[in-house]
Design a protein around this ligand. Structure first.
Ligand SMILES: NC(=O)c1ccc[n+]([C@@H]2O[C@H](COP(=O)([O-])OP(=O)(O)OC[C@H]3O[C@@H](n4cnc5c(N)ncnc54)[C@H](OP(=O)(O)O)[C@@H]3O)[C@@H](O)[C@H]2O)c1
Length: 185
């Protein structure tokens, strides 16, 4: 499969690139400023692993819309890796509003990820949105994970970026039926 990874230099994007290459896929790395038009038509699927810089959280929605527009124009499936905030908290309500998972200082990026999913839901592209659990950090590749739908996985609510990349590639290779799903270790 030919896969474009947008945000390829990032914490998660770089691991998606590594996992895809490990499985023998042909990867195109996409960075800020890379022209998308012709590129999208040459791949089979797109992974969006972008994250706005601190203070630029309002760009998350427009960035996602640009990627969705390009995927739609090229008729390609796009997997958007977003945030945990749009998931339902086990205690009710959104994770965004649960301060056990979203302390005040990360609320701007958390709210941006809620907006990002809204942009997807309003869009006609063939998208799927992957919400990480509360904690997503570099770590070990175990190759295993739990999969859920739109409720935060807990006990623990965590996964390594390496295993999230495994889940990304599994979803690309064998698409599920959920438009919004989550994973955890
Ligand atoms: N628990 C959670 O919910 C959780 C935790 C961590 C991450 N995440 C999510 O996981 C995703 C990836 O995060 P990360 O930690 O890997 O972020 P990261 O390390 O900051 O990497 C993001 C990459 O995206 C690039 N980028 C930003 N805007 C772009 C644009 N418009 N076009 C092309 N590239 C762009 C950045 O490039 P520049 O260096 O040029 O800015 C950077 O290389 C994000 O959606 C993030 O919110 C969720």
């Amino acid at each position: 499969m030919k896969i474009a990874v947008v945000g390829a230099a990032g914490m998660l994007g770089s691991r998606v690139v590594a996992e895809a290459r490990h499985r023998g896929h042909d990867v195109t790395e996409v960075f800020r400023g890379t022209a998308l038009g012709g590129l999208m038509s040459e791949v089979d699927a797109v992974v969006a692993a972008t994250r706005p810089r601190p203070g630029e959280e309002s760009t998350a929605g427009p960035t996602t819309k640009t990627l969705l527009d390009a995927a739609l124009a090229a008729r390609k499936r796009i997997l958007v890796v977003g945030g945990a905030a749009p998931l339902r908290s086990p205690n009710g309500g959104l994770v965004l509003d649960d301060n056990r998972y979203v302390p005040t200082h990360i609320r701007p990026i958390a709210a941006a990820s809620v907006r990002q999913l809204e942009v997807c839901r309003e869009h006609a592209a063939n998208w799927v949105y992957l919400s990480p659990p509360a904690l997503l950090e570099p770590g070990e590749r175990t190759g295993t994970y739990r999969r859920g739908t739109d409720e935060l996985l807990t006990d623990p609510s965590a996964i390594s970026a390496e295993d999230l990349a495994v889940a990304v590639l599994d979803e690309l290779e064998q698409p599920g039926t959920d438009r919004h799903f989550t994973v955890g270790c």
